[in-house]
Design a protein around this ligand. Structure first.
Ligand SMILES: N[C@@H](CCC(=O)N[C@@H](CS)C(=O)NCC(=O)O)C(=O)O
Length: 216
């Protein structure tokens, strides 16, 4: 059975949403980052970066959220999680997936761990890094909003739900405590996030991860 190594409200939410959407049996293996569960020798053997998530599929051990999503899409083609191979939509889906992981997610990680960009004890520098990371995320969220405005939705790629929806939702959720302009405040992202939340698979994800309001 598929195994997803997961912690609540982390990048693991992306494949968690997809697994609930696909509807195959899988096991959630909870990792506790507070107690360093992602830095134990056993976990590092799965992901030498000590980062969550990891997917185990038989003898395949896979880390990197975007790679996990593409693998789930490839192995469950009936779920239609990516546009058809060789199409313009497929090319744009690759573009957005790379951008989400290497630009929006990477900038959000700076926001969540600003102390890693400051010398030890320099809390003022860390606070400045955090402020600047938040400011840099704003225009990135604007790009997501503009894309929804361009085609009118209902999903991020237009008419069809894809793996990008799980990624966009998860990263937008991470902005919910922003002091200025969280994702939900944008005119197209706001209703989109509510549409996502209304999906039964999303309700199961929120319950499985033990999350409560505000979800986004
Ligand atoms: N590029 C990795 C990043 C994963 C990542 O940063 N995971 C976070 C949780 S959202 C984590 O494990 N953080 C623990 C740490 O940085 O020590 C991926 O997309 O899988």
């Amino acid at each position: 059975m598929l195994q997803l190594h997961i912690a609540p409200s982390t990048a693991a939410m992306v494949p968690h949403i997809l697994l609930e959407d696909i509807g195959v049996p899988y096991e959630r293996v909870w990792v506790d980052p507070q107690s360093g569960g992602h830095k134990t020798p056993a976990y590092l053997a799965l992901n030498p970066n000590g980062l969550i998530p990891v997917l185990v599929d038989g003898d395949l051990v896979l880390y990197e959220t975007a790679a996990i999503c593409l693998h789930l899409s490839d192995t469950h083609p009936q779920a239609g999680l990516m546009p058809a191979m060789g199409t313009r939509d497929r090319a744009h889906a690759y573009k957005w997936l790379m951008w989400l992981t290497n630009t929006l997610q990477a900038t959000l990680i700076v926001y969540f761990y600003p102390e890693r960009w400051a010398d030890s004890g320099h809390t003022d520098v860390a606070a400045e890094v955090r402020r600047n990371a938040q400011a840099r995320v704003g225009p990135l969220l604007d790009q997501l909003d503009a894309e929804l405005a361009r085609h009118g939705g209902p999903w991020f790629m237009g008419e069809h739900f894809t793996l990008l929806d799980a990624y966009v939702f998860t990263l937008c959720r991470w902005t919910r405590h922003f002091s200025s302009a969280p994702a939900r405040k944008r005119p197209h992202l706001g209703p989109y996030l509510q549409r996502m939340l209304a999906r039964p698979s999303m309700q199961r994800v929120m319950a499985n991860e033990g999350l409560s309001e505000p979800y986004v």
